[in-house]
Design a protein around this ligand. Structure first.
Ligand SMILES: Cc1cc2nc3c(=O)[nH]c(=O)nc-3n(C[C@H](O)[C@H](O)[C@H](O)COP(=O)(O)O)c2cc1C
Length: 321
């Protein structure tokens, strides 16, 4: 008899164990809603049971409030969408005063997404949050232009990325630091290793792809900002490969996101090594998408004749090394 057959296997989807650990952080399931597509969580509280999710990531917070880019800010593209929101947000102080007190009453994992245009911006946002109860982790968005270095993205240069992560880590004393990588790099392993050496506790892979959509008849861009970020199902195969490469490059948990719409998408990311996933654009077509996926996952795993996410992952590893 195969020794695995001797282990009690359970009898129904209810026996599937969905809990995951992202480093020291325990999540009830691997589905989080992604930054920028779920507001500050509260906007979705009437539609989604926030306590049934693995958690959610807030809209990116900056030192000061930002009004954002001119309209139109989003447009549909084949199998995806473009957005140029311009990182609109209420600013870290208003988040602490108005959103965090309500979020504290909800039993869910709140990851706070942080961004800045120079190193000090990142440091100041984290310092402000360090004094507060509520967040479970920080997620650093390094896909932003560094104004002091000629607008070059933090996330596309290993030494800049490493500098900003080290600075953030030196003040992020209370909580894990996740770093969200830009997909627009020639070697994601290089950036991944640099930010892990600088102190990242987990990596989120990845952000949107710089892209554009125009209307040749009017000669106009379909976005107020001219260019934007591509997301949705169109990007999934590209990001899936990036997650696979990142998993092989570093030894910290990887959070996969890009184009997830179905449980199959979730399990594809888990197979290539993601510890958990985030759901972004899918929440625009179905605001309950993350909740729906968390509920559908046990049956999908059971039907795949498995009881844990690790078993799903091991299958791919056994085939592909
Ligand atoms: C409208 C919109 C706003 C976003 N805002 C942020 C943001 O503030 N910070 C961030 O790190 N990522 C932001 N993202 C990127 C998403 O979190 C995610 O990385 C990306 O959309 C890919 O996942 P998806 O294909 O599931 O949407 C935004 C995406 C969209 C569509």
């Amino acid at each position: 008899m195969n020794p695995a057959d001797a282990v009690p296997r359970g009898h129904s989807p209810a026996d599937v164990d969905l809990s995951v650990s992202v480093g020291a952080l325990r999540l009830r399931n691997p589905i989080l809603a992604a930054s920028g597509t779920f507001g500050y969580g509260l906007e979705f509280a009437q539609l989604v049971n926030l306590e049934a999710l693995g958690g959610f990531v807030t809209k990116g917070l900056s030192r000061e409030p930002i009004e954002g880019a001119p309209p139109p800010r989003v447009c549909e593209t084949p199998s995806g969408m473009l957005n140029a929101i311009g990182l609109q947000n209420v600013g870290v102080r208003a988040f602490i005063a108005e959103k965090l007190p309500v979020l504290r009453k909800i039993d869910t994992t709140v990851v706070v997404n942080v961004f800045g245009y120079d190193l000090e911006d990142y440091v100041e946002v984290i310092k402000a949050l360090e004094g507060e109860e509520g967040p479970a982790a920080y997620e650093l968005n390094i896909s932003c232009p560094n104004v002091k270095k000629g607008g070059m993205q933090f996330g596309s240069d290993p030494s800049l990325a490493s500098e900003v992560v080290a600075a953030a880590k030196s003040v992020a004393l209370r909580r894990p630091l996740w770093v969200k990588l830009s997909p627009l790099v020639t070697d994601i392993g290089l950036i991944a290793r640099a930010v892990v050496e600088a102190g990242a506790d987990a990596l989120t892979v990845a952000n949107t792809y710089p892209a554009m959509a125009i209307d040749f008849r009017t000669g106009k861009s379909r976005l107020g900002n001219k260019t934007g970020g591509l997301s949705g199902p169109a990007i999934k195969p590209i990001t899936l490969r990036l997650v696979w490469e990142t998993v092989r490059a570093v030894n910290v948990p990887i959070i996969g996101l890009g184009g997830i719409e179905t449980v199959r998408d979730v399990l594809d990311y888990v197979s290539v090594g993601a510890t958990c996933v985030q759901v972004g654009t899918a929440s625009f077509t179905d605001p309950r998408a993350s909740d729906r996926l968390a509920r559908a996952l046990p049956r999908a795993i059971f039907e795949a004749k498995a009881f844990t996410l690790s078993e799903i992952r091991e299958r791919f590893q056994a085939e592909n090394g």
